[in-house]
Design a protein around this ligand. Structure first.
Ligand SMILES: [Zn+2]
Length: 339
């Protein structure tokens, strides 16, 4: 059975081709973070290797179980590496990593029927790596499947993109997610409602937050720190910039999530300015948002929101995280703290 939920538009397309073993050798799975790209990639890896197949993965044979546990020798996953402490993070998937998986898929599968390469954060491939991959996508060895996962398909080389079948994963509508969280994950109605709002329809995030209470506690701590930074002078703001830069070195995704939290906060400030409070993402902090919005002009909010988006994009293009964060803090309106 498919464990991916809320993406029936894709499964309806995939099932007939999987059943007749006519699936594409390369798919580009696109969608926002935590929408379910990796869950679908794992399901697809199972579908082509399942002993009960071909078609919908059974989820319980040895092949399906080993793939779900991350133990299957024929499934390779690549992602941008984490930096070692004190060194700049590795934000690209380089040519060596790509060459290694290309070599692996040139051999026959070891334990299953198909070799699968999952490239998580495919937009992070260097041009050299993407071009090396392109050659293999043009003439793929038999019994291989490439799954490229990205939140930003425009950042993938068009030549690579054109060799893959695109699959767009979409956030789940509110009623579907709330029902799912209540039925399969024992969430209370209030909790399910809050998790829908915070996850913006991305089920993976919501389930993660239900299973690990630290996720919501961390959000609360991050929001408190955000407010402290807004209220503080330049020195504290720079200290914060350094903290985020070090986090970027040790856990790139966590640092990007943190900046995304900032972005949603600033979008909420804009919504208040526009009188659209019912759409607030952080509606549990409506009072703080309102008092802060009263000290800022719409132009200031828009400018800083743009600056945040630019910073997120710069961090993806290998600029120094410390410099990027310091520039961001220099652009934080002083008035933000004077409410
Ligand atoms: Zn199976």
């Amino acid at each position: 059975m498919w464990t991916i939920f809320g993406q029936d538009h894709l499964l309806n397309r995939l099932e007939p081709s999987l059943k007749h073993r006519r699936q594409s050798h390369a798919y580009l799975l696109c969608g926002p973070p935590h929408v379910g790209k990796m869950a679908l990639a794992i399901n697809l890896s199972q579908a082509v290797n399942c002993l009960e197949g071909p078609g919908v993965p059974c989820g319980s044979c040895t092949q399906c179980a080993r793939i779900a546990a991350g133990h299957h020798a024929d499934i390779s996953t690549l992602a941008p590496g984490q930096g070692e402490e004190g060194r700049s993070p590795k934000t690209v998937i380089g040519i060596d990593a790509i060459k290694e998986v290309i070599h692996r898929v040139s051999l026959n599968p070891f334990e299953g029927q198909f070799s699968v390469v999952i490239i998580d954060g495919a937009e992070s491939m260097s041009d050299e790596a993407a071009n090396a991959l392109l050659k293999t996508l043009e003439e793929p060895p038999p019994n291989t499947m490439f799954l490229l996962l990205t939140a930003d398909q425009e950042a993938i080389l068009p030549t690579v993109r054109s060799r893959c079948q695109s699959m767009n994963l979409i956030p789940i509508p509110k009623n579907q997610m709330v029902e799912r969280l209540k039925e399969s994950h024992q969430a209370t109605p209030e909790m399910a409602d809050q998790l829908f709002r915070l996850s913006r329809g991305c089920l993976g995030w919501a389930i993660g937050a239900l299973e690990d209470h630290q996720v919501l506690e961390q959000r609360q701590a991050d929001l408190e720190k955000l407010q402290e930074t807004l209220d503080a002078g330049l020195e504290t703001r720079f200290t914060y910039a350094n903290e985020v830069a070090s986090l970027f070195g040790s856990d790139r995704d966590a640092a990007k999530d943190l900046l995304a939290l900032w972005l949603r906060w600033w979008r909420d400030l804009l919504l208040i300015k526009e009188g659209a409070e019912e759409f607030l993402h952080n509606s549990d902090h409506a009072e703080s948002l309102k008092s802060q919005a009263s000290g800022l002009s719409t132009t200031e909010i828009v400018q800083f929101t743009n600056r945040l988006m630019q910073t997120l994009s710069n961090l993806d293009s290998n600029v120094s995280p410390r410099l990027a964060m310091e520039v961001l803090m220099l652009n934080l309106p002083i008035e933000a703290g004077q409410v």
